[in-house]
Design a protein around this ligand. Structure first.
Ligand code: 10G
Ligand code: SF4
Length: 326
């Protein structure tokens, strides 16, 4: 999408590089549509456990349509419709919902469910699992909840030292991870784990999902050319925060995370000719276009999209929300 402007029309020389892929992944698209369809099918209110995805705008928009966001399944009234967030939940949360006769709809991304299944499978096969992820994140709580006794959290490189001593003598050790981590940082942690546990086995497939990986590669492709990188995303969005880190590590002079265009500080643009833009997997494109429009007020009118991968993956909605076959 190179701008049609000639050099003389765009004398500022100021340029925007738009990373692609960016924004919504297939799991987020499915989860947001799950809440919208549930509202259409059952009427408001529909309860949602935690933020359906970690994006302020998405949550506020769904709340306006009649979704009620609660912290725990038990916070909804008896018998209500409840959607579980895209980050996935543990069996204990399903049990809590059943105890209140909730009509639960699980919007967990199928790629998170894949990790849940791996955890259960390796637990059954007698493995202890070193789970790389961020403490307190909903996905981590949900995934580790599928085998609370056999999973051990590794949060960052510092987490390697904190693992219990008995694991050194454990012959069956496997590592798995949260889906939205930095690929480079995770590999660094795995190398450190293998020094400490030479018997550690690799999982059969990547847990860091295609969307996380593609967005990081796309940011790396433009970072060096950018004096400033703006990543659109919320502060509690793990994958969005990772994009800011990747931008800094890959050569952008500065990188900032914003929920909305209005948060851009004009001082960030002092002396800047090339701004990179990306957005996390939970971010609607309308917010990115808001940033492009705001930057045009500062003379950034030349927009070039730099595409490093094509994404075609789409996930079917939860079965109860699919149209009945005729
Ligand atoms: O990046 P995190 O996990 O914080 O979530 P998000 O809602 O900002 O983005 C979508 C990713 C997931 C639903 C986690 S699999
Ligand atoms: Fe699924 Fe990956 Fe999106 Fe998470 S970030 S919802 S795992 S596609």
């Amino acid at each position: 999408m190179s701008s049609p402007l000639t050099h003389s029309e765009n004398e500022t020389g100021k340029k925007i590089l738009l990373a692609a892929p960016r924004g919504y992944c297939a799991g987020v698209d499915r989860a947001v549509e799950t809440v919208e369809r549930a509202l259409e099918q059952y009427g408001a209110p529909v309860y949602v456990r935690k933020e359906i995805v970690h994006n302020r705008y998405v949550v506020d928009t769904l709340a306006e349509k009649g979704a009620i966001f609660v912290n725990e399944a038990s916070d909804a009234p008896e018998g209500a419709h409840m959607v579980f967030s895209a980050h996935g939940v543990s069996p204990a949360v399903h049990a809590e919902a059943a105890a209140k006769n909730l009509k639960a709809i699980d919007a967990a991304c199928p790629l998170v469910t894949k990790v849940h299944n791996e955890v259960r499978r390796f637990d059954k096969q007698g493995f202890q699992i070193l789970f790389i992820g961020h403490e307190g994140h909903e996905e981590v709580e949900g995934t580790m909840g599928h085998s609370p006794e056999k999973t051990h959290l590794v949060d960052g490189l510092a987490g390697v030292e904190k693992l219990p001593a008995f694991l050194a003598d454990e012959p069956n050790l496997m590592w798995l991870s949260q889906t939205t981590l930095s690929v480079d940082e995770t590999m660094e942690i795995v190398r450190a784990l293998k020094v400490r546990y030479p018997q550690l086995q690799d999982p059969p497939s990547d847990d860091i999902c295609y969307a996380t990986q593609n967005r990081q590669v796309a940011v790396k492709a433009i970072a060096e050319a950018c004096e400033l990188m703006i990543v659109v995303g919320s502060k509690n969005s793990s994958n969005s925060v990772r994009l800011v880190e990747v931008a800094r590590q890959s050569g952008a002079d500065a990188a900032h995370l914003v929920d909305f265009a209005r948060e851009i500080d004009p001082a960030w643009l002092d002396g800047v000719t090339t701004v990179g833009i990306s957005s996390g997997a939970s971010v609607p494109e309308i917010l990115v276009q808001g940033v492009v429009e705001r930057l045009s007020e500062f003379g950034f009118n030349d927009v070039e999209e730099v595409t490093s991968a094509a994404e075609k993956i789409v996930f079917a909605l939860p079965r109860v929300l699919r149209p009945a076959r005729t």
